[in-house]
Design a protein around this ligand. Structure first.
Ligand SMILES: C[S@@+](CC[C@H](N)C(=O)[O-])C[C@H]1O[C@@H](n2cnc3c(N)ncnc32)[C@H](O)[C@@H]1O
Length: 252
């Protein structure tokens, strides 16, 4: 694990830029949509079907780009406002990437701290890297309370009960095995203090698996603003409040 790695110089930003999630995905749907529309313009037979497929793919690309560039930011602002932060919390964002959630959370804890953990995969987010995340924090004026760590969500480098809030946006589902994803969810609960809150946004069917695995939490679809192309890839929020310790008991 390394802290605040600034290995590559990044020019100061005027405002944060959070990149595109899984950039290959909209690139493929846009190319396939454009190819279908071109085929519709040239073909005699099957042109209506090609035009319909092309239009659907291009529309889906537009919805995807709206989500990754704007929709998810608006929704996370609402969700962070909803949990009633006091402003002095210690927060952890799992799979923080370029900091879309981390920076918004840090804005809400002027007397607290916001830590992010990531492996910085550029397949999962364009231009991903710790220096970019820190540049975004600086552009938002919250660099004083943000720290980034290179680490794996399935084995977090933090003590039990360290954080008041743990968030994760579109990150845990990237772990290939179900067992690995459940280990990440267990790690999130482990590092949360009793009474702390866990918020995980992931595709709806995977978020359900986390809730089943934990045997607790509420699930809520986050709406069309968080569709990666359409309702078939809609995002659901799992909200868990960690059981407080029974009164009079202390950790060993
Ligand atoms: C789609 S991006 C989302 C980033 C950010 N949460 C957001 O909403 O903008 C997924 C992130 O998860 C990170 N990631 C994937 N697997 C990881 C793992 N096992 N441990 C830590 N980070 C991981 C990727 O590097 C990437 O930054």
């Amino acid at each position: 694990m390394s802290k605040n790695p600034m290995s590559s110089p990044v020019l100061p930003l005027q405002r944060p830029r959070y990149g595109v999630d899984a950039p290959a995905f909209p690139a493929v749907t846009a190319a396939a949509g454009a190819a279908s529309c071109l085929a519709a313009a040239r073909w005699r037979r099957g042109r209506i079907r090609a035009a319909a497929v092309g239009t659907l793919l291009l529309a889906s690309t537009g919805v995807y780009l709206h989500t990754t560039l704007r929709g998810k930011l608006r929704i996370w602002k609402q969700e962070l406002d909803r949990i009633g932060l006091k402003g002095d919390e210690h927060l952890l964002d799992l799979g923080c990437g370029r900091g879309a959630v981390l920076v918004e959370a840090a804005r809400r804890v002027p007397a607290g701290r916001a830590d992010g953990v990531d492996l910085w995969s550029r397949k999962d987010q364009s231009g991903n890297g710790p220096a970019v995340t820190l540049a975004n924090a600086a552009a938002a004026g919250v660099a004083d309370r943000v720290e980034v760590h290179t680490g794996d969500m399935t084995s977090l480098p933090f003590e039990d009960g360290t954080f008041d809030i743990v968030t994760s946006a579109m990150a845990i589902h990237n772990i290939p095995s179900r067992e690995g994803r459940h280990r990440a969810v267990d790690e999130a609960v482990r590092v949360l203090r009793p009474g702390g809150q866990l918020l995980i946004a992931d595709p709806w069917w995977i978020a359900r698996q986390y809730a089943d695995h934990l045997g607790q939490g509420t699930l809520r679809p986050l709406g069309a603003g968080y569709w990666y192309g359409g309702p078939w890839l809609g995002i659901t929020l799992l909200h868990v409040v960690k059981e407080p310790r029974p009164e009079g008991t202390e950790p060993c």
